[in-house]
Design a protein around this ligand. Structure first.
Ligand code: 3SL
Length: 241
């Protein structure tokens, strides 16, 4: 297995497709997706365009759908939910499909949607993603951070590092054998440095600070937890996990 980490969707090589591609948007899209599926959501369907989301979801019975939309960290007016994983309780999501569009996370998923296996990973479901990789042993794996509007984000990189760190611990690979690019080594180093204070790292991250200004402290606490959900968000059909 060769693992490549890309900090943003824009940094992925054009015209190439890995055997397995993993989108990461710890704050907060992939944390929300994992939470919805762990809470009994029927599926999660992702959109970059809000109008398209509304048009497609219109075909579903209202009691079987939820519309979640986030722009600039805030809930889109008229939608059922924003992008807080804490709103996705079993009472709210069970048996329903979540139609979601967020600023960066859905763009990362769309960038990799042509790969044979597409996963959504966050810290909260890291162990399930690592187990999938250990079981399936794909030859090439990309982890694609969502970043923020094309720029690096600490929280996605530390999650990529958490996945790589666990792969090294649980497999026969050394970091150098696993690493397809230097980003893997640096992400493992970031995670090794912060693994006991991920919330502290989120407080230093620019998007963490943005969410704190939006009073989302509890979201940061929730998303900073590791391996709490045994759920594998995997693409079933284009754009649907
Ligand atoms: O950018 C995204 O996709 C979102 O996850 C951002 S936010 O955490 O909902 O503000």
């Amino acid at each position: 297995m060769k693992l490549f980490i890309y900090h943003t969707p824009e940094l992925t090589p054009i015209g190439e497709t890995p055997d397995c591609a993993i989108a990461v948007d710890v704050l907060r899209a992939t944390s929300t997706i994992a939470t919805v599926l762990a809470s009994g959501g029927e599926a999660v369907q992702v959109f970059s365009d809000l109008e398209q989301l509304v048009a497609v979801s219109e075909k579903w019975p209202p009691e079987k759908r939820l519309r979640a939309g986030e722009r600039g960290g805030a809930k889109v007016a008229g939608f059922d939910l924003g992008n807080s994983p804490l709103d996705c309780t079993r009472e709210v999501v069970e048996g329903r499909r979540l139609f979601i569009s967020t600023t960066n996370g859905t763009r990362a998923l769309q960038r990799i949607e042509q790969s044979p296996s597409v996963l959504a990973a966050a810290l909260i479901n890291r162990a399930a993603v690592v187990q999938f990789l250990l079981d399936k042993q794909p030859e090439t794996v990309w982890i694609v951070g969502s970043g923020w509007e094309g720029t690096f984000s600490l929280e996605d990189t530390v999650c990529a590092g958490a996945i790589a760190h666990s792969l090294v611990e649980k497999s026969q690979f050394s970091p150098v054998e696993l690493a397809g690019n230097d980003e893997v080594i640096s992400a493992i180093a970031l995670y090794s440095q912060w693994q006991n204070d991920l919330l502290g790292l989120f407080h230093q991250a620019s998007h963490g600070q943005r969410l704190l200004r939006l009073e989302s402290h509890e979201d940061l606490e929730y998303c900073a937890q590791t391996d709490i959900l045994d759920v594998l968000p995997i693409q079933q059909e284009l754009g649907v996990l």
